[in-house]
Design a protein around this ligand. Structure first.
Ligand code: CA
Length: 232
């Protein structure tokens, strides 16, 4: 099962890649790596990481071109991109922000600063993955303590239902199709029937409905599900 934030590092300098890998693993991130822009694009599209660290100068396809292509694509547009740039390229990189990069760090950077920037970006896009407590209409979810409450009353969820709820609560109102939920909750490499999603959403609903409270999950016919109580 997928766990924790997944970061894709696209960096052609072996020493830099090794340094990043070592430090980010220590922080508990799941990593994948690409040594050129072409592979970086492929892994970003197939792997749907939670964040991409992207070097500016890359062989085959440049960092800025990778960024441009990913921000143009609907399935990858929302993935935050943190660019790495040399001091001499900094002014170029500011332009990079205009083409969609979310932040940039100038080499040589301090690892702790880089990690702080990563966490800040994830707090915006994947708040539960960095330990932020989520709340929605009387429901609260604490990712670190693995606890869910509704109107102050503890609700015990299995690991799959917990991940489902946390996915919904990170983006209230967003409509998720079954494939997106499978990717997010079960991981991208699994071969699981779409009906499994329905089964677990059904269980989650039942568990959340202990006191006859309104069902917070809306079924969107022909598409999937959304956390949505009367458009709240
Ligand atoms: Ca480079």
């Amino acid at each position: 099962m997928a766990d924790g934030p997944h970061i894709l590092i696209v960096e052609d300098e072996a020493a830099q890649l090794e340094l990043l890998t070592y430090n980010l693993e220590q922080e508990g991130f799941q990593l994948s790596q690409a040594e050129n822009g072409e592979l970086g694009l492929q892994l970003a599209i197939e792997g749907k990481p939670d964040l991409i660290i992207l070097d500016w100068m890359l062989p085959i396809v440049s960092g800025i071109e990778v960024c441009r292509q990913l921000k143009r694509k609907k399935s990858t547009r929302q993935i935050p991109i943190l660019m790495l740039t040399a001091r001499t390229e900094e002014s170029d990189c500011v332009r990079g922000l205009e083409t969609g990069a979310d932040d940039y760090v100038v080499k040589p950077y301090s690892v702790s600063e880089l990690i702080a920037r990563i966490r800040a970006l994830l707090r915006r896009t994947r708040p539960a993955s960095v330990g932020e407590i989520l709340s929605y209409d009387g429901i609260s979810l604490d990712p670190e303590k693995h606890k869910v409450k509704r109107n102050g009353k503890t609700i015990r969820l299995g690991p799959t239902e917990f991940k489902l709820l946390s996915t919904f609560m990170e983006k209230p109102g967003r409509v998720w199709n079954r494939e997106q939920l499978l990717d997010r909750v079960w991981g991208i490499d699994v071969d699981i029937d779409f009906r499994t999603v329905d089964v677990h959403v059904g269980r989650l609903r039942k568990l959340l409905d202990q006191d006859g409270e309104p069902d917070p999950i809306r079924t969107v016919r022909g598409t999937g599900y959304s956390l949505d109580i009367d458009g709240k």
